[in-house]
Design a protein around this ligand. Structure first.
Ligand code: ZN
Ligand code: FE
Length: 258
C-alpha cells in the first residue's frame, strides 16, 4: 500500500494528520488545527502539501486553512453546508461525493450532529476513515448544532462501515470518555478490558487514537444506543426500549453533565 498516514499531536489535545500517496506524491492535510505544525511535519517527512480536507468549521479544524494555502498553494475541500464559515475553499462536498488523492479515492460521509455540516472521509482502499469530532474513542462529539435523530443517523453511517476500519478522530479525549462509558455501561466486559488498556496507555503517555471500528462497536456507549441492554439500562433516564434515538439523546445529555 502506498497510502501513509502521518499522525502528530498539536494544540492542547488535537491530533494532526497528513495523508500521503507515495505513488503520486500528493499530500492532504486532514483539517488544519495548527498551520505551523502541519507545515513543519510535512517538511520533516519531505512531503509537499497539495490539498486540505476539512471535516467541519471549528477553528481547531479549519483555522490553519489560509496560512497553509498561502504557503503551499494547495486546494481546499470542505463541507458544503459550512462553506460560509470556512476560509479558502476550492470545492464543497457532501454525502456520497468522492475526493481523490493521487490514485486513492475518499468517499464523503455526512456525520452532522457535532456541527450541522460535519463530514467524514472514508478511504476503503486504506480501510480507514477520518471522523473529526463526530466519533471519539469510547465517545462522540458534543452536540453543538445538530439534533439527536440527525446525530444518531450519522453514527449509524459510521457503524455500517466494515468492522476492520481504522478510525482517526481529532482529539485525545479517551481517558475521560472511558470514565463516562463505565458509568453508562458498567457490565460490559469488552468495555472494561478496553478501559484498562486505555488507562495503561495513558499512564505511559501513549496515544489511544486511532481506533478500530469493531472495538468501538463493542464498547462505545454512543454506538450502542441501539442495543437492547443499553436501552433498558437508560430507560429510567430518558432512554427508551426499542428507541435508539431517545437512548442516544439520554446518553449525550448525561455525558454533558457528567
Ligand atoms: Zn469540533
Ligand atoms: Fe475539535
Amino acid at each position: 500500500m502506498t497510502l501513509e498516514v502521518h499522525q502528530f499531536a498539536c494544540l492542547d489535545d488535537n491530533y494532526g494528520y497528513l495523508l500521503h500517496d507515495h505513488a503520486s506524491g500528493e499530500t492532504a492535510c486532514i483539517d488544519t488545527p495548527d498551520a505551523e505544525a502541519y507545515l513543519r511535519e510535512a517538511s520533516a517527512k519531505g512531503w509537499t502539501i497539495t490539498q486540505i480536507w476539512n471535516t467541519h468549521w471549528h477553528p481547531d479544524h479549519a483555522g490553519g486553512n489560509e496560512a497553509i494555502k498561502a504557503a503551499t498553494g494547495c486546494t481546499i475541500t470542505a463541507p458544503a453546508a459550512e462553506a460560509d464559515k470556512i476560509a479558502g475553499i476550492d470545492r464543497t462536498v457532501g454525502q456520497g461525493d468522492k475526493v481523490a488523492l493521487g490514485g486513492f479515492t475518499a468517499t464523503v460521509i455526512d456525520v452532522g450532529g457535532h456541527t450541522n455540516g460535519h463530514i467524514a472521509y472514508y478511504l476503503p482502499e486504506g480501510s480507514l476513515a477520518f471522523v473529526g469530532d463526530a466519533v471519539f474513542a469510547l465517545g462522540c462529539g458534543r452536540m453543538f448544532e445538530g439534533t439527536p435523530p440527525q446525530f444518531w443517523a450519522s453514527l449509524s453511517r459510521i457503524k455500517a462501515l466494515p468492522g476492520e476500519t481504522t478510525l482517526y478522530c481529532a482529539h485525545e479525549y479517551t481517558a475521560s470518555n472511558a470514565r463516562f462509558a463505565l458509568h453508562a455501561d458498567p457490565d460490559n466486559a469488552a468495555l472494561r478490558a478496553y478501559a484498562d488498556e486505555v488507562a495503561d496507555k495513558r499512564s505511559r503517555d501513549e496515544w489511544t487514537v486511532p481506533m478500530r471500528l469493531d472495538k468501538e462497536l463493542a464498547a462505545n456507549p454512543f454506538l450502542r444506543a441501539d442495543a437492547p441492554d443499553m436501552q433498558a439500562r437508560w430507560a429510567k433516564n430518558g432512554g427508551k426500549i426499542g428507541d435508539a434515538v431517545a437512548t442516544f439523546a439520554a446518553l449525550r445529555s448525561a455525558k454533558d453533565n457528567f
